[in-house]
Design a binder for this molecule. Structure first.
Ligand code: 5GP
Ligand code: MN
Length: 346
């Protein structure tokens, strides 16, 4: 495995920044997923274990139920719940690590606090076009996950040996969730070298899989059946599909955060299917529809997300949001599929 992901100069700068900082914060994007939490908690582990720091992990809002088993997740501070205290911390911090996002608009309501903080910033991310003003930008869009980058940084710092089982669990969870359990964006042989190293920390990788993917309620399973049977609209000519989840649907199946996870991947099981779009109404805010896109091969759902859904992401997994009704969102999705039909039909 290639050892260097930053220059020797940057590495020294990073060590100095950490050593000279007293108050350190680690943050990730809103609606944190397995990689956002895995990379943030994993990097916080390194700061504790190898640098003797006590970093605070602050996330913009609620994270899904299926990630509550993550070690140390009980110590995470939610910005939306503790705004005043967090604002104070942002104002008095020396150093902020930004993990798994490329622009501060991705932290939503926490953006102002982050933008206005006088602290120095370090970005560790794998999205295209990093745009966070930082002392050090560690950006590798080809990496499977931000968690992979945290591992590589730990490896380059030569402090992997002293990391704990918790660290390995965080990193494995992030790499696994951002690759759909190693079913996409996961062809690099380095990934499997990293996993072999994580296994030396005695993680139970099968248990981590079950914790993430077999941790749903009966309601969620029935929601999945309902979506596939009644809500999925398939365009066989264009090898694409979409489905909506209205607020009434969500109420009917006692929706909790995280229940929609993975649903958008399922239509890709149809032979020859190239694109799947999920349109989900926010459970509280009017005229907010959350969009998820998944594709296979070279279909660029990040381009579609940017052009039609105010979002972005990776080639095969992207997201965004629309400020409109769910009916209007359907029209946008249909328009998007038509606009990309040449790529979809081929
Ligand atoms: P999901 O569908 O799981 O919410 O998101 C899939 C991927 O798209 C994630 O890796 C996430 O980083 C990215 N993503 C989701 N929403 C947005 C967005 O609004 N902007 C950008 N740039 N990326 C997004
Ligand atoms: Mn990620």
């Amino acid at each position: 495995m290639q050892k260097e992901i930053i220059t020797e100069e940057q590495l020294e700068q990073l060590k100095t920044l950490i050593k000279e900082s007293e108050t350190i914060i680690c943050v990730c994007h809103q609606n944190p997923d397995g990689d956002a939490l895995g990379s943030t908690l994993g990097w916080a582990d390194v700061l504790k274990t190898s640098f003797g720091k006590e970093p605070q992990v602050i996330v913009p809002d609620q994270y899904p139920d299926y990630l509550h088993w993550l070690p140390n997740s009980d110590k995470i501070i939610r910005y939306d719940k503790h705004k005043e205290g967090c604002d104070w911390t942002f104002q008095h911090a020396d150093l902020i690590f930004c993990l798994d996002f490329n622009t501060t608009s991705r932290v939503d309501a926490m953006q102002q606090a982050l933008d206005n903080s006088p602290a120095k910033k370090v970005l560790i991310d794998h999205h295209l076009n990093p745009d966070v003003p930082a002392e050090i930008t560690i950006s590798h869009p080809k990496a499977s996950s931000a968690s992979e980058l945290v591992f590589r940084l730990t490896w380059q710092l030569d402090v992997f040996e002293e990391q704990t089982k918790f660290f390995a669990t965080h990193i494995y969870c992030g790499m696994m969730t951002d690759t759909g359990a190693f079913t996409y964006n996961s062809d690099s042989c380095d990934i499997y070298f990293i996993i072999s190293q994580l296994l030396t920390k005695n993680i139970n990788k099968d248990k981590i899989y079950r914790n993430v993917y077999h941790n749903f309620s009966e309601d969620r399973l029935r929601l999945m059946g309902y979506v596939l049977y009644q809500k999925l609209v398939v365009d066989n000519t264009r090898h694409a599909s979409y489905f909506t989840l209205s607020r009434d649907d969500l109420k009917r199946f006692n929706f909790v955060k995280g229940d929609a996870e993975g649903l958008v991947n399922m239509p890709l099981q149809i032979k020859g299917h190239k694109l799947s779009i999920s349109l989900r109404e926010d459970t509280e805010k009017e005229n907010v529809v959350w969009v998820s896109l998944r594709s296979v091969d070279q279909f660029p759902c990040n381009e579609m997300a940017a052009q039609f859904f105010n979002g972005g992401g990776h080639l095969n997994a992207s997201g965004g949001r629309l400020n409109c009704s769910i009916e209007e969102a359907v029209k946008v999705a249909e328009k998007a599929i038509l606009a990309f039909e040449n790529m979809l039909k081929g």
